[in-house]
Design a protein around this ligand. Structure first.
Ligand code: HEM
Length: 125
């Protein structure tokens, strides 16, 4: 594990990442711009997918890979029209979720730039 990922493990851990994703999906539920893209009847499963992905990426937990295979995030986002506004909204909701749960500052400094890079690379519009 890299030193940066180690900070996420020590400061946030699986509980912190799970709490973050739960707070993010509470916001997705009522979001007017990107909320409608998410499956209304399957939000809990979507929450599990993002949570497991982060547990894989930052903590090396293999559950995501076992259930979903290779992430192929860009391909999996093709069905959704993602431009600058959608990218920015996703990042704003994540930022607000971090404020809400008081996500630890060191972990935030590692995870947020990662989200920024991935969000930009999901843009297909
Ligand atoms: C840029 C704005 C973004 C939008 C509008 C967006 C939207 C979506 C939507 C609608 C889904 C389908 C929900 C589901 O059923 O799982 C999804 C899945 C997912 N997104 Fe995003 N997303 C964005 C950025 C990101 C970023 C930055 C990450 C990086 C952590 C990410 C990670 C994922 C993962 C892991 C899944 C589940 C993939 C799977 O099917 O296994 N997304 N996203």
């Amino acid at each position: 594990m890299s030193e940066m990922e180690d900070i996420v493990a020590r400061e946030a851990g699986p509980e912190g990442l799970a709490a973050l994703v739960a707070a993010f999906y509470r916001r997705i539920r009522t979001d007017d711009l990107i909320g409608p893209m998410y499956p209304p009847d399957d939000l809990e499963a979507a929450e599990v997918r993002l949570r497991d992905f982060l547990l894989f990426r930052f903590l090396g937990d293999a559950t995501y890979l076992e259930n979903r295979g290779h992430p192929r995030l860009r391909m999996r986002h093709f069905p959704f029209e993602i431009g600058e506004a959608e990218r920015d909204r996703w990042l704003q909701l994540m930022d607000a979720a971090m404020d809400e749960i008081e996500f630890p500052a060191g972990a935030r400094a590692v995870v947020m730039p990662f989200f920024g890079m991935v969000a930009e690379s999901m843009r297909n519009h």
